[in-house]
Design a protein around this ligand. Structure first.
Ligand SMILES: [Ca+2]
Ligand SMILES: [Ca+2]
Length: 199
């Protein structure tokens, strides 16, 4: 059998532990590496997609929490809506970006007397499913002006196992979704216990 001698110079080939690697050993090692890469790559991609989705969710959760806290702290209404600082609120999905502002007259419009607190650009690393297209408003007591909302974020692959959500309850509480099934099925659920889904 042909042998590839990788032993150190000065040592007798084939002596003791420095006998080198056979062709079969090299082929087996290569095959094992191929299998490991094939198994690890999808898992790594899934982990990456989930982390991107959760990062987008965390951004919106932070802004919703800020809006509610500032409503209470300042004793005014606050509003989040799709749009940007230049044009103000725009009808449509929030995936193109949104703004957060104090809304002194509570009309859901960024007026001259209102203060812009945050402006977020379009979501690029995750998809915000258009389950919410209207402004979200908190009153001066921190309560949500109905109806309750559920935001759903998905990854590029649309895998429902990677979907993450935010639920804003009538009390104004903002919480991240989790898998509430017993036994769990691995997919996060909305406030009604229904699995989140991706388009
Ligand atoms: Ca206003
Ligand atoms: Ca579930």
């Amino acid at each position: 059998m042909r042998t590839f001698n990788l032993s150190r110079p000065g040592r007798t080939p084939g002596a003791g532990a420095d006998r080198g690697f056979t062709l079969i050993e090299l082929l087996l090692t290569s095959a094992l590496l191929v299998v490991l890469v094939a198994v690890a790559t999808p898992a790594w991609r899934g982990t990456l997609e989930r982390s991107r989705v959760e990062a987008a969710r965390d951004t919106l959760q932070r802004d919703l929490t800020l809006a509610r806290a500032e409503a209470v702290r300042q004793g005014v209404s606050t509003t989040l809506c799709s749009g940007d600082a230049a044009a103000g609120c725009a009808a449509g999905p929030w995936s193109g970006g949104y703004i957060v502002f104090t809304d002194l007259d509570g009309d859901g419009v960024l007026d001259a007397g209102d203060t812009l607190m945050r402006e977020e650009g379009p979501f690029t690393a995750a998809t915000l499913v258009p389950t919410v297209t209207t402004p979200v408003q908190f009153n001066a007591a921190g309560f949500l002006i109905p109806p309750a909302r559920t935001f759903v974020f998905c990854g590029a692959g649309g895998n429902p196992f990677h979907a993450r959500g935010l639920i804003v309850s009538p009390s104004g509480r903002v919480r991240a979704t989790f898998d509430s099934d017993l036994p769990t099925d691995g997919i996060h659920d909305d406030s009604a216990g229904t699995n989140l889904s991706c388009p």
